[in-house]
Ligand binder design. Sequence first.
Ligand SMILES: Nc1ncnc2c1ncn2[C@@H]1O[C@H](COP(=O)(O)OP(=O)(O)O)[C@@H](O)[C@H]1O
Ligand SMILES: [Mg+2]
Length: 257
Amino acid sequence: MREVTLPGGNTTGAVLIGDVVHKRASPWTPAVHAVLRHLEDAGFDGAPRALGIDDQGREMLTYLRGETIGDREPWPEWASADSMLAHVGRWLRRLHDLTADFTPPAHERWFIGGTMRPGLVIGHQDAGPYNAVVDGDRLVGFYDWDTAGPSPREWDLAFSSIPWVPLASTRDGTPLRSHDLDERRRRLHLFLDAYGYDDDRSAFAVLVPQRARRQADVIRRTADAGDPASIALIPIADLLERSASDVEALPDGFWRR
Ligand SMILES: Nc1ncnc2c1ncn2[C@@H]1O[C@H](COP(=O)(O)OP(=O)(O)O)[C@@H](O)[C@H]1O
Ligand SMILES: [Mg+2]
């Protein structure tokens, strides 16, 4: 059957054969597929279903039908719509609640390292607009689960808030006006309200910069090891580091509802 290259994606790329997505597998694919099966068993339909491994060793996943960003620049309007931001908050809450009791397979291996233990959930860790599927103003779900793994809830929320709120700095370095900062503050709390985050939100003043820098470090480490996809992402690592410093400079009131 014909292989159709899917648009978007920075690393391994994915192809569609019939209605099945095939993508290069990695050492963490067994653990990730166990998560996807756990979500399927729980009736969660906001993630692809794991269909096993093909005869070339690629992972197979169901195709989530809907609209994706692909290679579009600038991002479509839904990427900054309030309703979508709230859907993302609710989606993350369901993911986290449903994986709090997840038991990983023996010898679990995750992209981000670590092991599952009580108090952690499975974070998607890359739930940005570029990995979302939408249908009108509805969120269908997220694909690209390679980076998923055991995490505190806040760590995954900190990641998603960067591209969705957004909390990233402007690409050209233009400082934000006070109106933009008010909007960001409003949208951060909309996102956390949709999640139902009731703990002290000032924790994110530290966590968001940490999460951004961790992401930048991963890009730089894999780029230094010669990975061409990561070398192409070096401008994103620069942007994440700048965003981390800019977020640290936000006033305390930004984090209060
Ligand atoms: N399960 C899926 N359902 C629908 N589209 C998908 C699915 N998996 C991947 N895609 C498409 O393939 C592209 C690349 O896949 P992705 O898993 O994001 O790869 P990468 O790790 O390279 O970012 C995505 O941008 C999306 O367009
Ligand atoms: Mg992707």
